[in-house]
Design a protein around this ligand. Structure first.
Ligand code: FAD
Ligand code: NAI
Length: 467
């Protein structure tokens, strides 16, 4: 088949942040593009049941918490809030609907063809969408991920007693008690939402600490802050079973290392123990494409799989399962397909947990950096930052890890109300190969939380001003 005899130059499977961004970029570069999506709306996990609806609930519940739990009173505003949960859900639904329709508009504007239905491979250049075949010179798998199930704990979002993150976004009433299985990003974000709205939240985590993969100091400080907010933790604990009777779930827990079992009853159980790549139903056997031990599709730096003409991006390939990582890979794969060079620096993908305060990091943890060589570390507490102090936000710190010999910044970690915004300047400095001195001598506007990054950089060299 010649290039021109294919139906499309490129066909993306999945319209999440990887697929929809890649499709738009490919169309901008002059290619004839299709994107297959089986969901009724575009935007994937992120826009429909992930980043966006969770942030809508986090943002709204933050206001409720500030009103209900004294933060507003501290600033001289005395209110007794009344929760209108249906209205809170309505603004979440509204945010999702506005943004997913926005992608539909962008598809039309860029002449991307949305093939509605479920895609599976017939051969490397032919994809069947609900029985109808479409051919493309290049096919990009961007099918994302879905919830990892915990054996013995059956999720039933409709019933609302044992739920996954999607069910936890939509609870029709505030549970009195909630057990979150998994002290990772989803557990802490969604646990925070319902804790703020009145639930007593207990997090059961298999490991001895929360937030695996993050810097050690950050993990300890995060646990201290969440405990102060009223969350309870059962660390080094595993769930071995769950029974549901009516509107209550009873969990059986055991120490992770083995030992005596205990029972725990809750109105709601959220299962948040990770996500797994979506490859089932793609008929990968038809093209001879295997997955690795973690169920992911391996790719090279041009996102090529082992099958010529088939590439893959986003949650379905190795790396952090994050929307911005998927988006950047979408742009890069489109650029490679169009004959350009597409670059994603996988060493510098920032991660943010959108709790209160926010938790963010980029680059190496102190532990990982020390394994590679000598480092210098600078820390600055938010309690000494004038803006955070004025705003009654004393919790958290900024930590900068730099190479001891060259001063090159290797990692930046922060806990601060606006850590998710602050981390971006660190990412950019690191992308430009910056040193702690570069950050320390960059003028930072006053009074801003970001000045804590400058002070932490000064601390790397032993001379912060406000400490
Ligand atoms: P997805 O977004 O999963 O999209 C894949 C799409 O492919 C889906 O729409 C699916 O229906 C479709 N599809 C799959 N198989 C087929 C098929 N065979 N045929 C047709 N269509 C198919 N990340 C962040 O960076 N920030 C956040 O704040 C954040 N919050 C999150 C909150 C929650 C509750 C969850 C669950 C995730 C969150 N994430 C967040 C992670 C983020 O959503 C994912 O990393 C991101 O969506 C991955 O993008 P993707 O394009 O690879 O896949
Ligand atoms: P996660 O990997 O962040 O956390 C899962 C937690 O569950 C870990 O702490 C793990 O040790 C624990 N765990 C695993 N098995 C367990 C068991 N049997 N019992 C008890 N604990 C167990 O995964 P999570 O929170 O489900 O999120 C999935 C993905 O979605 C993440 O990779 C994350 O990147 C992405 N996401 C990103 C967000 C953000 O960027 N703000 C928000 C929400 C999700």
């Amino acid at each position: 088949m010649t290039a021109s005899s294919y139906d499309f130059d490129v066909l993306f499977i999945g319209a999440g942040p990887g697929g929809y961004v890649g499709a738009i970029r490919a169309a901008q570069l002059g290619l004839k593009v299709a994107c297959v999506e089986s969901r009724a709306t575009l935007g994937g996990t992120c826009l429909n049941v992930g980043c966006i609806p969770s942030k809508a609930m986090l943002h709204a519940s933050e206001f409720y918490d500030a009103a209900a739990n004294g933060a507003m009173a501290k600033m001289g505003i005395e209110v007794s809030p009344k929760l209108n949960l249906p209205a809170m859900h309505a603004q979440r639904v509204d945010a999702v609907s506005g943004l997913t329709k926005g992608i539909e508009f962008l598809f039309k504007k860029n002449k991307v063809t949305w093939l509605k239905g479920h895609a599976s491979f017939v051969d490397a250049h032919t994809v069947s969408v609900d029985g109808q075949n479409h051919t493309a010179k290049e096919v990009v798998i961007a099918t994302g991920s879905s919830v990892t199930q915990l054996p013995g704990v059956e999720i039933d979002n409709a019933k609302g007693v044992v739920v996954d993150s999607t069910g936890a976004l939509e609870l029709p009433a505030v549970p009195k008690t909630m057990v979150v299985i998994g002290g990772g990003v989803i557990g802490l974000e969604m646990g925070s939402v319902w804790r703020r709205l009145g639930a007593k939240v207990t997090v059961v985590e298999y490991l001895d600490q929360l937030l695996p993969g993050m810097d050690g100091d950050i993990r300890k400080e995060a646990a201290r802050i969440f405990a102060k907010q009223g969350m309870e933790f059962k660390l080094s604990t595993k769930v071995t079973g769950c029974t549901v009777k009516g509107k209550k779930a009873t969990l059986t827990l055991e120490p992770a290392a083995g030992g005596e079992a205990e029972e725990m009853t809750a109105d709601c159980v959220l299962v948040a123990i990770g996500r797994k790549p979506n490859t089932e139903g793609l008929n990968l056997d038809a093209i001879g494409l295997a997955t690795n031990a973690r169920g992911q599709i391996e790719v090279d730096h041009e996102f090529r799989t082992s099958v010529p003409g088939v590439r893959a991006i986003g949650d379905v390939v190795p790396g952090p399962m994050l929307a911005h990582k998927a988006e950047d890979e979408g742009i890069a794969v489109a650029e490679w397909i169009a004959g350009q060079v597409g670059i994603v620096n996988h060493d510098l993908i920032p991660g943010v947990v959108y709790t209160w305060p926010e938790i963010a990091g980029v680059g190496l943890t102190e532990e990982a950096a020390r394994q590679k060589g000598e480092v210098k570390v600078g820390k600055f507490p938010m309690a000494a930052n004038s803006r955070a102090k004025t705003n009654h936000e004393p919790d958290g710190f900024v930590k900068i890890i730099a190479d001891a010999a060259t001063d090159k910044v290797l990692g930046v970690w922060c806990i601060a109300s606006v850590a998710g915004t602050m981390i971006q300047q660190a990412t950019q400095a690191m992308e430009f190969g910056g040193t702690s001195e570069d950050i320390a001598y960059t003028c930072h506007a006053h009074p801003t939380h970001s000045e804590a990054i400058k002070e932490a950089a000064m601390a790397v060299r032993g001379k912060p001003i406000h400490m």
